[in-house]
Ligand binder design. Structure first.
Ligand SMILES: [Fe+2]
Ligand SMILES: [Fe+2]
Length: 212
């Protein structure tokens, strides 16, 4: 797994600093988004590990919110803003086009799968017992394992390429289009990170109680 991006320091800094940083390197926006996507994967893994006996309702509710709103928003920002700019760049070849098509296909297959998982987690978030724990665990793993791979693949291919080949004008346009989304990124990042940290603490407490 790649090391966490150095741009994590952006989370929590003042608005004017963030805007300046976004202006200097708009590609960092996607790297910071990927950090919350990996935190979502951690959340889904914690939920899967807790089945069938332990259900963290707050974590399930947080995962539902991210799966149904932030995740499609992220894919749409890539598909509506970043990928078209890469395609317009004369420096990309057919290999890059193939990667972009694969990533778009993964986005398309993730969306209905994310909604299916969100429906199941919604019930757990309201205190219901899982209807079929084995199936739910299988679904969760079938979702977060490829999602981690998708994020890592974008981090090592598309984002470095975008930094290299996008023109100054494209980067300025990208930065201008992402100002509003940048505010939401901080909120999502802080919420999901706090929920995962709390769930880890709870899981550790339960494990230590189980050993005494
Ligand atoms: Fe993507
Ligand atoms: Fe992405």
């Amino acid at each position: 797994m790649p090391s966490q991006p150095s741009h994590l320091h952006l989370v929590g800094v003042g608005r004017s600093d963030r805007l300046q940083e976004l202006h200097d390197d708009p590609i960092a926006f996607f790297e910071v988004e990927h950090v919350w996507k990996l935190a979502l994967c951690d959340a889904l893994e914690l939920i899967a590990d807790g089945l069938p006996h332990s259900t963290n309702e707050a974590l399930c509710r947080m995962a539902v919110s991210v799966l149904t709103t932030a995740l499609p928003r992220h894919a749409s920002l890539e598909e509506q803003l970043l990928f078209p700019m890469l395609r317009r760049s004369s420096s990309i070849g057919s290999d890059c086009e193939r990667v972009l098509v694969e990533l778009e296909q993964e986005h398309a297959s993730d969306e209905p799968f994310a909604h299916e998982i969100a429906e199941a987690l919604e019930e757990l978030g309201q205190g219901a017992r899982p209807r079929n724990s084995e199936m739910l665990g299988y679904m969760l793993r079938g979702f977060f394992v490829p999602l981690r791979r998708h994020v890592e693949w974008e981090d090592v291919t598309i984002l470095p390429l975008a930094r290299r080949v996008l023109s100054r004008e494209d980067k300025a346009q990208l930065a201008a289009s992402l100002v509003e989304a940048r505010q939401q990124t901080d909120t999502i990042f802080n919420s999901i990170s706090a929920a995962v940290a709390e769930a880890r603490r709870r899981a550790a407490d339960e494990a230590s109680r189980g050993t005494h």
